[in-house]
Design a protein around this ligand. Structure first.
Ligand SMILES: [Cu+2]
Length: 406
């Protein structure tokens, strides 16, 4: 029943198509009755079938039962297409997926300190899990996650530390997963040693050799496919001596989602493989869903803010900007070795990369975070930092009106 509710718009669409098809057939039949030539009849029937085939199979004859039909790709891993078997498996197990009320990770969810175990190692436990959650009001998708949120947990360590990672794939998962830390030196960044089938657990240790802010992500099968379902997060490797303290730290990761239905279409949205290959995302969001960063980030005038911002991609480069602020320090591409750039307006975050920005808030108000490729704001790529405190008219003096974002 829940499934029918989710898929209602698709059901109506298919029903509409069926009606159109049946009546097109009847119309052709009526027209054909006017002719009494078998040759003309045969020719029209062939034309009708030909047009139908061209309509359904734009790329030619299918070579396997998968969607999109006859898709060929040339990556080293699996093709991103969806075998019919997987689609059937998804619907067969639909009731077993956990329904997550809010897929977004809270941007305040940054551990303040590095936590070491008794043996001096940093203990990291990740659970890969496929769930159902809302991308927008009434729009639901199948997310693949680390620990049930997008992004996965923020991991904090320091150069020279060793991490003991334990990864478990939840038994309700339909796919194997693994994890590739861009902070890890060695095969697959850990991916080669962490492939877990549903229900399986594996452990490994790795040493953090390089300071920086790094993405981690699932790299199993078709890695981009797993990432664009939500499987990414950030790992911070502090330089020697650590990072200086700040007043507020926020954790943000941009990502794209490819859905069959258009932007804002309600119900369960199926994955759009062709859109994924073409880079035509329906949703571009911070922390997994539209509106995720609307009311979680607050600060006071005078606070020094540090934002850890990643880009899970998989196709787009982010032009990260905070409206009404200038970044005092930008640790470009997560580089914590070189001196930071200063006084920047907008900074680039590559797909599979990150940036650390710092700025002090001098004036109260709402500061809107965006990907400044602004059409993406309409697809969800924005958030708000609320700043409270005393207004200094020597910095900004005017009647602040609502709805005057930029
Ligand atoms: Cu995965």
């Amino acid at each position: 029943m829940e499934l029918i509710t989710y898929l209602w718009q698709y059901i109506v669409e298919v029903f509409g198509l069926l009606i159109a098809y049946v009546f097109a057939g009847i119309l052709i039949f009526l027209i054909l009755r006017q002719f009494h030539s078998k040759k003309i009849t045969a020719a029209l029937v062939v034309i009708f079938i030909g047009i139908s085939i061209a309509f359904y199979i734009p790329n030619g004859i299918p070579n396997e039962l998968a969607y999109p039909m006859s898709l060929r790709s040339f990556g080293p891993g699996q093709s991103p297409n969806l075998p019919v078997e997987n689609v059937l498996n998804f619907f067969k197990n639909f009731n077993d997926f956990e329904r997550v009320a809010d897929i977004a990770r809270n941007p305040n969810d940054v551990p303040k300190n590095i936590v070491y175990g008794t043996d001096g190692m940093i203990e990291v436990n990740l659970t890969t899990k496929e769930v159902i959650a809302e991308m927008a009001d009434g729009t639901t998708i199948n997310y693949w996650t680390f620990d049930g949120t997008v992004p996965g947990p923020f991991i904090r360590g320091r150069v020279g530390d060793t991490v003991r990672l334990t990864i478990t794939n939840d038994p309700t998962s339909l796919h194997p997963h693994n994890v590739d830390f861009h902070a890890v030196t060695g095969p697959g960044g850990g991916a080669a040693a962490t492939i877990v089938a549903p229900g399986e657990t594996k452990s490994m240790t790795f040493k953090l050799l390089n300071p920086g802010l790094f993405i981690y992500h699932c790299a199993f099968g078709n890695p981009g496919l797993h990432m664009t379902h939500g499987m990414y997060g950030l790992i911070l490797v502090e330089p020697e001596g650590g990072l200086p303290p700040v007043d507020q730290e926020f954790y943000i990761v941009q990502g794209e989602f490819y859905t069959e239905g258009g932007l804002g279409r309600e119900g369960l949205q199926l994955f759009d493989t062709q859109g994924y290959l073409d880079g035509k995302a329906q949703y571009v969001v911070f922390n997994g869903r539209t509106g995720a960063l609307m009311d979680h980030m607050t600060a006071k005038v005078g606070d020094k803010i540090r934002m850890y911002v990643g880009n899970g991609g998989v196709n787009l480069i982010s032009s990260f900007h905070v409206i009404g602020e200038i970044f005092d320090f930008v640790y470009r591409e997560g580089d914590l070795v070189t001196s930071p750039a200063q006084g920047l307006q907008t900074t680039l975050i590559p797909a599979g990369g990150a940036v650390m920005v710092e700025f002090t808030v001098e004036y109260p108000g709402n500061y809107i975070l965006v990907d400044h490729a602004l059409a993406r704001v309409d697809r969800g790529a924005w958030g708000i930092l609320h700043v409270e405190g005393e207004a200094d008219p020597s910095i900004y003096n005017g009647d602040v009106q609502t709805g005057s974002g930029h």
